[in-house]
Design a protein around this ligand. Structure first.
Ligand code: PLP
Length: 461
């Protein structure tokens, strides 16, 4: 599509004209560049549809594809996509490679998911994180959905006319997600690299009270910064949410990638589920799935763990949004979700990804990158190019130069999420940053670091 149809606006949400956005936002300028590609000139336009912005990963993958990248191109190093290596790892349970489809599997699964899987997930949380606590999760506290973004979309569609706090920077998909329903008002909360992206329970209390928040959404561990709110601090967050009746929506998709030694000592998994007092009263909503923590992103099996009332609401939202997940995959997933299999997978991740984290962190620092916070969780390093030669000292220029060396990373601007594009033309605080994934195997990381080193030494200051 080469023209942008005006998006319908809620009366209370003023938005600058689309043309201004293009001029001000490097990402919009990048998409304008795509639109001026001669091959797009003949593309039909449709008055009914808007140009739906591409998320950061889609943007970088599209740009890379224009230069010859494909997922099967062995000579590319894709440190852009947030995908963990999905092959066997030493010590991990064998990878599942066969899937029976039974006669009943030809039917719809329930929108809230297969009961047996919901039970297995409730039991996993109780056994790993809630032993001895009086309030225990049941299947009614769990809803299954077909992917993390589907789960997030259900939660967003189930919220009322409230103020929802979200952090800057955070996961790129939140930008559209927090705008598309126009049901609630997204309120950005700044995190600062100089403070190591820290945000205490006292900070949370101040924001909830000062801005009238009824919900807060956070990836924890954070994509992209790798910051983890964990241990006693997470317990205090949960207590603040409970006391002020503010829903805490924790996106825990990276909760088994934990590098902070005190949190790793808890068993390698950091989750708010440890600190919930009453599973049906505490306003804690947890999102997780097979995507990263079990390294099966292609299965699209994910879950929401929350008070029963919230599960009813998100399941109702699922009944008009997506209709539920895949039956055979949900049934098979039960095998992966025993405490033993889960802990074996988590230990294997800690061993293998721990080495990759160290290599990536050292490698990027040797190249001249500045790292505000060595990642406490996730498989990303969030690094600033500010001290590199001037022509590659911002995220977008570095990204483009690296593409010429067949290395993909994600420029920092994309994580400065701006739902509804209401922020005007100011430059992003994160325009110097990039996110590098250490999801791919070690050999790929080595190749990428070598190529980037050559690129930097051949770039004049
Ligand atoms: C923070 C975070 N949450 C959720 C997801 C979504 O996962 P899925 O690929 O299952 O939609 C991702 C994926 O990149 C993520 O980074």
């Amino acid at each position: 599509m080469s023209t942008r149809a005006p998006a319908p606006q809620a009366a209370s949400v003023p938005s600058p004209p689309a043309t201004d956005l293009r001029a001000a936002d490097p990402r919009a300028a990048a998409s304008a560049e795509v639109a001026s590609d001669p091959s797009d000139k003949v593309a039909p336009t449709f008055a009914a549809f808007r140009d739906v912005p591409r998320t950061g990963v889609i943007f970088v993958t599209t740009e890379a594809t224009r230069r010859g990248f494909s997922p099967s191109a062995a000579d590319w190093c894709n440190l852009g996509q947030g995908m963990p290596e999905a092959e066997a790892l030493p010590g991990a349970p064998p990878r599942i490679s066969e899937l029976p489809i039974r006669p009943g599997d030809q039917e719809y699964a329930p929108v809230a998911g297969l009961w047996e899987l919901r039970e297995a997930i409730a039991s996993l949380y109780n056994q790993l994180f809630r032993r001895g606590l009086p309030s225990q999760y049941s299947a009614e506290n769990v809803a299954i959905s077909g992917g993390g973004r589907t789960a997030l979309t259900r939660v967003a569609a189930a919220m009322g006319h409230i103020n929802l706090g979200h952090f800057l920077p955070d996961y790129t998909a939140y930008e559209e997600l927090l705008d598309v329903f126009r049901l609630f008002s997204p309120i950005p909360i700044l995190l600062e690299g100089e403070r190591g992206y820290a945000f205490s329970a006292a900070d949370l209390r101040r924001e909830i009270l000062g801005r009238g928040l009824s919900a807060v959404l956070a990836s924890n561990p954070s994509n992209p910064t790798g910051k983890v709110i964990g241990g006693e601090e997470l317990a205090q967050w949960v207590a603040v949410g409970r006391e002020l009746d503010c829903a805490l929506i924790f996106d825990e998709f990276y909760s088994h990638y934990i590098w902070r030694p005190d949190l790793a000592a808890q068993g390698g998994i950091s989750t708010a589920a440890r600190y919930v007092e009453d599973v049906d009263r505490d306003p804690v909503v947890i999102l997780d799935g097979l995507t990263k923590n079990w390294r099966y992103p292609g299965w699209r099996v994910t879950w929401t763990v929350a008070p029963k009332k919230v599960i009813e609401a998100v399941s109702s939202a699922g009944s008009f949004l997506d209709g539920g997940g895949s039956r055979p995959l949900q049934r098979k997933a039960i095998e992966l979700l025993t405490p033993d299999a889960t802990m074996a997978e988590t230990k294997a991740i800690a061993a293998e990804f721990g080495k990759k984290r160290q290599r990536m962190l050292n490698g990027l620092r040797d190249l001249g990158f500045t790292v505000d916070l060595p990642p406490e969780g996730t498989f990303y390093v969030w690094a600033s190019a500010q001290h590199l030669p001037a022509s590659i000292s911002d995220g977008m220029s570095f990204f483009r130069a690296a593409l010429d060396r067949k290395v993909i990373a994600v420029p920092g601007d994309f994580f400065d999420v701006d739902p509804g594009k209401r922020r005007g033309g100011r430059k992003s605080r994160f325009r110097r940053h990039l996110r590098f994934s250490f999801g791919p195997p070690m050999a790929k990381l080595e190749t990428a670091l070598t190529r980037l080193s050559e690129m930097i030494s051949e770039t004049s200051a």
